[in-house]
Write a protein that binds this ligand. Structure first.
Ligand code: GLN
Length: 534
C-alpha cells in the first residue's frame, strides 16, 4: 500500500531566534497527544553538508542522531518533544541537496539536460522530504525551514515546498508562519506591521500561510489577532498567540489552549480523535518545581552561548524534575575556573565535551578540585578525557596529556583511535552515533542504568590509551563501561570518591522530559546528597 503523509511546513518571519523550532516541535507534541505519528525535518539553508564543522558559537550545539549524523540542535528539540529517534536524513541542508544533484550530474543521470535550480534542485528537495515520509511512515511530517522568509538561501526550499503543496494537494500540506509581534513601550501598543510585511514576503513566493503563530513578549488580545487575520488573510481561529513562557515545555500547553490541534486536524482532514496531553502536563508540572535547589557548575569553553550545551542543560532539567528538585546551572568559562571565587557554591560539577586545548588547564583544575574535595563530577567525552589526564598527573605521570593537546607528550594517556589516524577529511569522520557499551556490575554506572549493556551516542576521535589501562586501574581508576569486545574504554569512575564518573559518549542526547537519562538522574542525586552533607 502506498503511504500518504500529510505535511506541516513551518516558516519564520520578522526576526530569527523567536523559537520557530520549539513552536514546530510543540505542534508535533500536540498531534502526538491525538495519537498521530509525527516525524520532523529541519531544513538548514546553509552550504555546509552537515553541522559537524560549524562553530558552536555560531549555531549552538551539534546534535548527534542515533545513526551518527551531526545535525542542527533543533533535531534535539524534536526528539525531546516528539519522543522519537530521528534519522540524520531529517536534517536537510543546501550542501546535501547540491552535492547530491552535482553527483548525479557527474554520473550522467541528467544526460542531455541543463541542470538548474528549477526543476533539479527543487525536485531533489522534494524527493528528500518524501523519502523521509516514506521511511518513517509518519502520518504527519513537520518541515521547519531554517532562517527567515526573504533570505536568498531559503528560496529554492520555499519554491520546492510550494510545489509540494500543489502535487500533494491542498488537504495534505499546510503552512504555518511564525512571526514576532513587538510591543512598543513608547507607543504603549503591539505592532502588527512586521507580521504583515513578512507574510507579504512569504506570499511573494507563492505560499499563503494557513496559520500564523505570533510570538510576543506578553499576551496579545483578540482584536489584535483579528486585525492580523484580516491583513494577512488567514482565518481568525488560525491566528495563534504564543507569548513568552518560563519553560519551553509549556509551549505545547499554550498552543493547545489556542486550539492549534483542532485547527490542524480540520485543515488536514485528519479525522476527529481525542487528545490527551495529561502526561505532558505532568511533565511540565514537575519541571516547574522551584525548590529545593541544587547548583551544578558547568565548566566549558563555549559558556557565553548557552545553546552550545542545549542537550546538557535540558538533560539536567529532566533529571532534576524526576527527583523533585530544581537545578541551578552556573556556567563557568574553563579559562576562569581556577580564578572563580564561587567554587565552594557548587553541589556538583560537569565538564562537557569539546575540542582543542583552550581552557584545558581550567578543566584539569576542576577535576583536581573534585577529587580533593569529593565533589560529584560528571565528565562527558572531552570531560572524561580530562578526568583521565588529571588522575594520571596526580598519580605519578606529571606530563600525562592527550595527543590532541600535545602531539609529543611522553605519556599520551588519551590518544587518537587507530582507525582515525588514517583519516584526513574533517567532515563526518569522527566515531559517530550509537555504539553498545558493556557495564561492570557494582559501579555507579551499573547502579544508574541497572542493565548489562547500554547504547549511547558518540562524537570523538580520541580515547583512553589501552597502554595505560592497567596502571591507571592499579592506581584506583575503575573502568565501569567498555565496548563489547573490551577494546575501547567508554566509562571510568574512581573507587574512593562519592560520585566521579566520566563517559566517552554523550548521554545528554538521549534524555527526554518524560524519560530522564539514568546517568543524569544519578548525577543530580549525587549533587543533592552532597548539598545535604554540608
Ligand atoms: N576532542 C575530543 C575527541 O575528539 C573530545 C570530543 C568531544 O568531547 N565531543 O575525542
Amino acid at each position: 500500500m502506498i503511504h500518504l503523509s500529510k505535511y506541516i511546513v513551518v516558516t519564520g518571519g520578522v526576526v530569527s531566534s523567536i523559537g520557530k523550532g520549539i513552536t514546530a516541535a510543540s505542534i508535533g507534541r500536540i498531534l502526538r497527544s491525538y495519537g498521530i505519528d509525527v516525524t520532523a525535518i529541519k531544513i538548514d539553508p546553509y552550504l555546509n553538508w552537515d553541522s559537524g564543522t560549524l562553530n558552536p558559537y555560531q549555531h549552538g550545539e551539534v546534535f548527534v542522531t542515533e545513526d551518527g549524523m551531526e545535525t542542527d540542535l533543533d533535531l534535539g528539540h524534536y526528539e525531546r518533544f516528539l519522543d522519537v529517534d530521528l534519522s540524520g536524513e531529517c536534517n536537510i541542508t543546501t550542501g546535501k541537496v547540491y552535492l547530491s544533484v552535482i553527483t548525479k550530474e557527474r554520473t550522467g543521470d541528467y544526460l542531455g539536460s541543463c541542470v538548474q535550480i528549477i526543476p533539479h534542485i527543487t525536485d531533489e528537495i522534494k524527493a528528500m522530504i518524501r523519502e523521509i515520509a516514506r521511511k518513517s511512515q509518519a502520518e504527519v511530517v513537520l518541515v521547519e525551514v531554517g532562517g527567515t522568509v526573504g533570505d536568498i538561501e531559503s528560496q529554492p526550499f520555499l519554491e520546492a515546498l510550494r510545489q509540494l503543496r500543489n502535487e500533494e494537494g491542498h488537504d495534505n500540506v499546510m503552512f504555518v508562519h511564525v512571526t514576532y509581534v513587538p510591543y512598543l513601550k513608547a507607543a504603549g501598543e503591539f505592532k502588527t506591521k512586521p507580521t504583515q510585511h513578512s507574510t507579504k514576503e512569504l506570499r511573494s513566493t507563492g505560499i499563503t500561510p494557513d496559520m500564523i503563530v505570533c510570538r510576543s513578549e506578553l499576551p496579545i488580545d483578540t482584536p489584535l489577532k483579528n486585525k492580523i487575520a484580516h491583513f494577512c488573510d488567514v482565518e481568525r481561529n488560525a491566528v495563534i498567540n504564543a507569548p513568552d513562557v518560563p519553560s519551553i515545555y509549556e509551549v505545547p500547553l499554550v498552543l493547545d489552549r489556542e486550539n492549534v490541534g483542532e485547527y490542524v486536524l480540520k485543515r488536514l482532514k485528519l479525522g476527529v480523535k481525542k487528545p490527551d496531553l495529561d502526561e505532558w502536563r505532568m511533565v511540565v508540572h514537575s519541571l516547574k518545581k522551584d525548590d529545593p535547589k541544587v547548583t551544578v557548575g558547568i565548566i566549558g569553553k563555549y559558556v557565553e552561548l548557552e545553546d552550545s550545551y542545549t542537550s546538557i542543560r535540558e538533560a539536567l532539567k529532566h533529571a532534576a524534575a524526576n527527583l523533585g528538585v530544581k537545578v541551578n546551572i552556573e556556567w563557568i568559562s574553563a579559562e576562569d575556573f581556577i580564578k572563580s571565587n564561587k567554587i565552594g557554591n557548587f553541589n556538583a560539577l560537569l565538564i562537557p565535551g569539546g575540542f582543542g586545548d583552550r581552557g584545558i588547564t581550567g578543566k584539569l583544575g576542576a577535576v583536581k578540585y573534585s577529587i580533593e574535595n569529593k565533589i560529584p563530577l560528571l565528565g562527558i567525552c572531552l570531560g572524561m578525557q580530562c578526568m583521565v589526564i588529571e588522575f594520571a598527573r596526580m598519580h605519578g605521570f606529571k606530563d600525562a596529556n592527550s595527543t590532541e593537546f600535545d602531539k609529543n607528550t611522553k605519556n599520551p594517556v588519551i590518544d587518537m583511535m587507530e582507525e582515525q589516524k588514517k583519516i584526513k577529511k574533517m567532515g563526518g569522520t569522527m566515531r559517530l552515533g550509537t555504539y553498545p557499551c558493556k557495564l561492570k556490575e557494582e559501579t555507579i554506572a551499573y547502579e544508574a542504568y541497572r542493565k548489562n549493556t547500554v547504547n549511547e551516542r558518540h562524537r570523538h576521535r580520541y580515547e583512553l590509551n589501552n597502554e595505560y589501562r592497567e596502571i591507571l586501574q592499579e592506581k584506583g581508576l575503575t573502568i565501569s563501561g567498555a565496548s563489547p569486545d573490551d577494546f575501547l574504554v567508554e566509562m571510568i569512575e574512581l573507587n574512593d570518591h562519592p560520585w566521579f564518573l566520566g563517559c566517552q559518549f554523550h548521554p545528554e542526547f538521549k534524555s527526554r522530559p518524560n524519560n530522564a537519562h539514568p546517568l543524569f538522574v544519578s548525577f543530580v542525586n549525587a549533587a543533592i546528597k552532597n548539598k545535604n552533607r554540608k
